[in-house]
Design a protein around this ligand. Structure first.
Ligand code: G3I
Length: 416
């Protein structure tokens, strides 16, 4: 069977469903506790052989209790929960941030370390120093390690599209360059990076194809070529299309058209990443719900790949999303909480996270992971977009790595 039309079965979801028919006592447990118990049992099995049964039971209980304090454990029956990590975090420069990442998340995405400009700054120069650290971090912590991103209009050096004389490349030459880059990068991490954002942000807001240099020089089929090259380099890797504002009906329809056209041509595409750069007002929940229903109908996985919820006002409707070319002058009115988030806004953020996660939970059968775009508020790109120097509070952990009220709200809202 061709793989592109199949929602891949997730081992932890299968395990939970098998367990539910095995044991009547287990059946009375909440599904997430069953998962915790299983994780605890497997991780402690060696040590348990040397313990009395009472000691073992106590250890398992303690282990389960500590695991319930993590996002990855709490949502274990629904989806993986992850974070983007930056270079410092991959290098483990801050002990408390490192401990938080390991405790809370079971999947990671590199915020910047695998972008073209970082790893392939010149035609014959690759620099894998940071990306190797990132991948080693994921391996060492047994995390589902994502690659971000292979083909993007942004953060790609100009030379990529030019010949030695600075003239635009031919289609054939740019395809060769794209293939060489994808082959080099994907095969380096074959079997280690489990899923790739192969093409990032190729759509306009109306769902049409963005007129990037990739498209101008190669044509519309640059997307299928990128997926085909990635599949050739690592046939076992999951391959995703990733974009922002995919809750907008016209844009999600455009993404669905794109994915269907890839499927019709037999091009391997396994999932769609909805970035999830949200605010207190966007998206409307029904739009998010509809988009997730639409993508599930295509037989692919959905992922929330870059979740954060800004509490700050936006200069205009147009500035929501993630078009990073914007950098407006800082205005005081647009940076209202430089010294801390007032309780009313903290509560609004908690309520917003709760309602957004209720939609994710409704669609958990087709959502494989939810990844936050940053570990804590201090790290977030939101502080610098659409203007630099703001103080935003978009994540679940504050600037001192402490869980915020929104975290506690999510962790006390029953999962379906
Ligand atoms: O590391 C350099 C530093 O050495 C230098 O002094 C400083 C000066 O500006 O720049 C630093 O690099 C910045 C980098 O973030 C690390 O902070 C780059 O200028 C800046 O452009 C870069 O922004 C990143 C942006 O993508 C562009 O690559 C953000 O961190 C990152 O969060 C953002 O992530 C994107 C996703 O990849 C795709 N979807 C949207 C999302 C948010 O824009």
């Amino acid at each position: 069977m061709s793989r592109q039309c199949v929602v891949r079965k997730r081992p932890w979801k299968e395990l939970i469903s098998k367990l539910s028919v095995l044991n009547s006592k287990v059946l009375t447990m909440k599904p997430c506790l069953m998962a915790l118990t299983l994780v605890a049992i497997s991780s402690m099995s060696q040590a348990a052989t040397a313990m009395s049964s009472k000691e073992t039971a106590m250890s398992l209980k303690n282990e389960a209790v500590s695991l319930t304090k993590s996002l990855k454990a709490y949502f274990s029956t629904q989806f993986l929960v992850g974070s983007a990590i930056n270079a410092q975090q991959a290098k483990r420069t801050e002990q408390d941030t490192d401990a938080l990442i390991i405790a809370q998340f079971n999947t990671i995405t590199p915020e910047n370390e695998l972008k073209w400009e970082r790893i392939h700054p010149k035609p014959d120069t690759y620099d894998f120093s940071l990306s190797d650290e990132y991948v080693d971090y994921g391996l060492a912590n047994n995390m589902f390690t994502v690659g971000h991103t292979l083909v993007w209009h942004s953060q790609t050096p100009d030379w990529v599209f030019e010949d030695a004389q600075g003239k635009p490349l031919t289609r054939a030459a740019l395809l060769a360059r794209m293939e060489e880059h994808i082959q080099t990068v994907v095969s380096r991490y074959k079997g280690k990076i489990k899923g790739w954002d192969v093409v990032n942000e190729a759509l306009n807001e109306d769902g049409s194809l963005r007129d990037s240099k990739w498209r101008q020089i190669i044509g519309d089929d640059f997307i299928e070529k990128a997926f085909t090259y990635a599949h050739a380099a690592d046939p076992d890797a999951e391959l995703y299309y990733n974009d922002y504002n995919l809750y907008k009906p016209e844009k999600s329809a455009g993404a669905a058209r794109l994915i269907k056209s890839l499927q019709n041509k037999g091009v391997p595409v396994h999932g769609v990443g909805l970035q999830g750069h949200y605010s207190l007002t966007h998206p409307a929940l029904n739009e998010l719900d509809d988009a997730l229903t639409l993508f599930a109908s295509l037989g692919i996985e959905s992922m929330i790949t870059e979740l954060d919820i800004s509490v700050l006002p936006f200069p205009s409707e147009a500035e929501q999303g993630a078009d990073i070319s914007q950098d407006l002058a800082l205005q005081k009115a647009l940076n209202p909480y430089p010294n801390g988030l007032p309780k009313a806004q903290q509560d609004a953020l908690s309520a917003r996270y709760k309602e957004v996660f209720s939609v994710f939970s409704k669609h958990h059968a087709s959502i494989s992971r939810v990844t936050f775009w940053g570990v804590n508020d201090a790290n977030s790109w939101r502080n610098d977009w659409p203007m630099r120097g703001r103080t935003d509070y978009p994540l679940l952990f504050d600037r001192k790595n402490q869980p915020k009220p929104a975290y506690h709200t999510l962790m006390t809202t029953p999962v379906r």
